[in-house]
Design a protein. Structure first.
Length: 715
């Protein structure tokens, strides 16, 4: 639990099947607690003596569970503009507030914006007379990716002074951890129970831990430590019957850290059954945004031909297959066109499969084949909204938010200022999840897919636009009613704080890390972007989501310009990516872009999290933004550049799948000039990724890395 500065509320059902099961709690003297009458909430109020890590023990149903509590690291920060120079009230916008303009306050001789921030990097701008300006008192700035610059605030987190833990040796049920920097205390959790201090020995240079005997097929050890500067990195060690797993062959598809994900848009992947082809018959719909025939049967055929297995993929993410409308909706002016629901994100049913995508038997066949190949299948699920033709909207209009705001303006595409009520379009009503009876009904619809089909999890669309109550209710139902492991990953564009607020034991396992993706696109696609930007984004991810997070690290997705088209220069960073795709043919004018994309793959496959390949990125499919980034998949007639990239991606995936260091190892990130070094280690298994973004060869510990290239060393 990441604590607030003041009171922090813990939902007991994030950890217990029923709140009424809670018997009592055990706590330290460094905080006080308040337990609600129905025992569903525990408020924790930290005292001055609160350590960087504390523990809360919950006794329930004859057993107990320990919850680690991480002290808040927020500090007060103020942004100021002199009133003498700026007479009119200015505004402030930043990553902190979702880039919404907020008025600055009058504070004697300055205009000020005050907030509390965790250590890290924050981009921001002032708005004066409707004009954006940088902070003249701050020399630090960073490219905004669109041809301009934002001011950059950097708050030091004393990373160099914190303890660092490294897995050293293991034998039998004992293992050791080497320590860099002093450690004040170590906390070790086996599953969700803290190990007795009798099993932990701490010296200035090393930690020795004895693992209790167990017959449990799978368990995980988590190790935390801290000193006066804060928390150390964390360790995660998988166990089989109490023994440390050191061979990837002993892992399986339910060990979610082993996932290598592949996202495909069903309609644009493979036409496996031409009998279900039914494009919208409307001349106002251009072919680029009409159904093209891809279906579940086509995915199954590709699966049976071992395409994914040969590449090394072990998790498929299918775009939504919910029933979508028959007609045409929306409008794009240049060239004029309406749109079909080929993408699947306009549901008119929450439980029926669109027959243009397949049928229940086809989905069951696909799941059976995938599981025989030791693969997971995730379903893209749309909970936030429905299409206006959905029976639910007609029968229960009170279950939806209003299309209009109180001032009469239309509430569409207000992604941050009205993120929980805004409509994606005038024909896509947003469900009002502030009503718990609506939450109950709609989570039952999501549960239908887990109960009727053997799917392994969800990718949840538009996560940040849905109240937390929905995610808690759905996850609680999954824990109570579904025996198999279920992985849930969300989609949230926003600050790390907002993204993390949906990730915990009672909600989602992870979310896609778009902030890291933005940094990686800038660094790998542009020639002059320093690697420090990517190193900072990496460190931010480790700080906010943990060293062994289940966040998604993407090569691209259906809402972004294809990486390779940025890298080749065929799409410019400062142009409208959608307009580019509609008004000209996007090809590939610079073949060096293939190697840049290879470096992005290498990066994603060497860092913590779940690497996710957008279909076609394994060979370098070009494309501007939606819908040009949704071309039909190409399986044959790849040119030499495409085939070489695909072969390299296969090699990189093979490396990750067979390395405990890349799946469960510690992570160290450093830069040396324009050289980025990422070290991973799991006991004797060591992997080092070195990325050289300079125009000259560079040396690191006896290894030469060619200019604008990368090298991976496995020991």
């Amino acid at each position: 639990v990441y604590m607030n500065q003041g009171k922090t509320a813990i939902n007991t059902t994030d950890y217990l099947l029923q709140a009424s099961d809670l018997d009592s709690v055990a706590k330290s003297s460094s905080y006080t607690i308040e337990i609600s009458q129905n025992r569903d909430t525990i408020n924790i109020i930290p005292k001055q003596s609160f350590k960087p890590i504390e523990n809360l023990r919950l006794y329930a149903a004859g057993n107990y569970m320990d919850v680690s509590l991480f002290k808040s690291t927020k500090k007060p920060v103020s942004f100021n503009l002199p009133k003498k120079k700026f007479k009119q009230q200015p505004g402030f916008k930043s990553q902190i507030n979702g880039w919404q303009v907020e008025p600055m306050k009058d504070n004697d001789s300055v205009w000020t914006y005050k907030t509390n921030l965790d250590p890290g990097n924050y981009q921001y701008l002032f708005v004066v007379n409707d004009r954006e300006i940088r902070d003249l008192n701050n020399k630090d700035s960073i490219s905004n990716g669109m041809g301009g610059y934002n001011s950059l605030l950097q708050i030091d987190d004393h990373q160099k002074d914190k303890a660092f833990l490294n897995l050293a040796t293991q034998s039998g049920n004992r293992f050791t951890i080497d320590i860099q920097k002093p450690v004040d205390k170590v906390l070790v959790y086996l599953g969700n129970q803290k190990l007795s201090s009798d099993l932990i020995k701490l010296t200035p240079e090393q930690i020795t831990i004895d693992i209790p005997k167990s017959n449990k097929k799978r368990a995980y050890l988590r190790v935390y430590a801290y000193n006066k500067f804060g928390r150390s990195n964390d360790l995660l060690i998988p166990l089989h019957k109490g023994k440390i797993i050191t061979n990837t062959a002993d892992l399986n598809r339910h060990d979610f850290h082993t996932q290598i994900m592949y996202f495909l848009m069903v309609d644009r992947f493979k036409d496996g059954d031409q009998l279900n082809n039914r494009p919208v018959k409307d001349d106002s719909v251009l072919p680029k945004v009409n159904f093209k025939g891809g279906d579940i049967q086509g995915v199954d055929q590709v699966l049976k031909k071992s395409y994914f297995k040969d590449l090394g993929i072990n998790t498929l993410w299918l775009s939504p297959i919910l029933k979508n409308p028959e007609g045409a909706y929306g409008f794009w002016p240049n060239p004029p066109t309406k749109f079909s629901g080929y993408h699947g994100y306009w549901p008119v049913s929450n439980i029926k499969i669109d027959d243009r995508f397949g049928n229940p038997d086809a989905l069951k066949d696909l799941l059976k084949e995938a599981h025989q190949q030791n693969m997971n299948v995730l379903l893209d699920y749309v909970a936030n909204h429905v299409h206006k033709n959905h029976p639910l909207y007609k029968q229960h209009p009170d279950w939806f938010t209003s299309l209009y705001l109180p001032d009469g303006t239309m509430n569409t595409e207000k992604w941050d200022s009205h993120r929980l009520t805004t409509w994606f379009d005038t024909f896509l009503p947003t469900i009002d999840f502030s009503k718990h009876d609506v939450v109950e009904k709609m989570t039952d619809s999501a549960m239908y897919w887990l109960q009727q089909y053997d799917i392994d999890g969800f990718r949840h669309d538009a996560t940040k636009h849905i109240q937390l109550d929905y995610w808690r209710t759905l996850t609680h139902k999954i824990k109570n009613k579904i025996a198999r492991p279920v992985y849930q990953i969300g989609e949230t564009y926003g600050s790390p704080q907002l993204i993390r607020s949906y990730v915990n034991s009672g909600m989602l396992d992870g979310q896609f890390n778009f902030n890291l993706y933005d940094a990686s696109v800038a660094v790998f696609a542009k020639d002059n972007e320093p690697v420090k930007r990517l190193a900072d984004a990496m460190q931010e991810a480790l700080t906010y989501y943990g060293d062994h997070n289940l966040m998604g690290n993407i090569t691209g997705n259906q809402d972004r310009v294809r990486f390779i088209s940025y890298a080749s220069g065929d799409v410019k960073f400062d142009e409208d990516g959608k307009m580019a795709g509609w008004t000209r043919k996007i090809g590939l004018s610079d073949t060096t872009a293939y190697h840049k994309l290879e470096m992005l793959h290498a990066f994603n496959l060497c860092i913590p999290g779940i690497p996710c390949i957008y279909y076609g990125d394994e060979y370098g499919m070009p494309g501007a933004n939606d819908p040009d980034n949704r071309r039909m998949m190409q399986f044959e007639n790849l040119d030499q550049h495409q085939q070489n990239l695909k072969n390299k991606v296969r090699e990189l995936i093979h490396l990750r799948k067979n390395s405990m260091a890349l799946l469960y190892g510690i992570t160290q990130v450093e830069t040396k000039g324009n050289l980025l070094i990422i070290k991973r280690q799991y006991f004797d298994d060591k992997v080092t990724l070195m990325i050289n973004k300079s125009d000259n060869p560079m040396n690191y510990q006896g290894q030469e890395i060619p200019a604008n290239d990368y090298k991976i060393i496995k020991q």
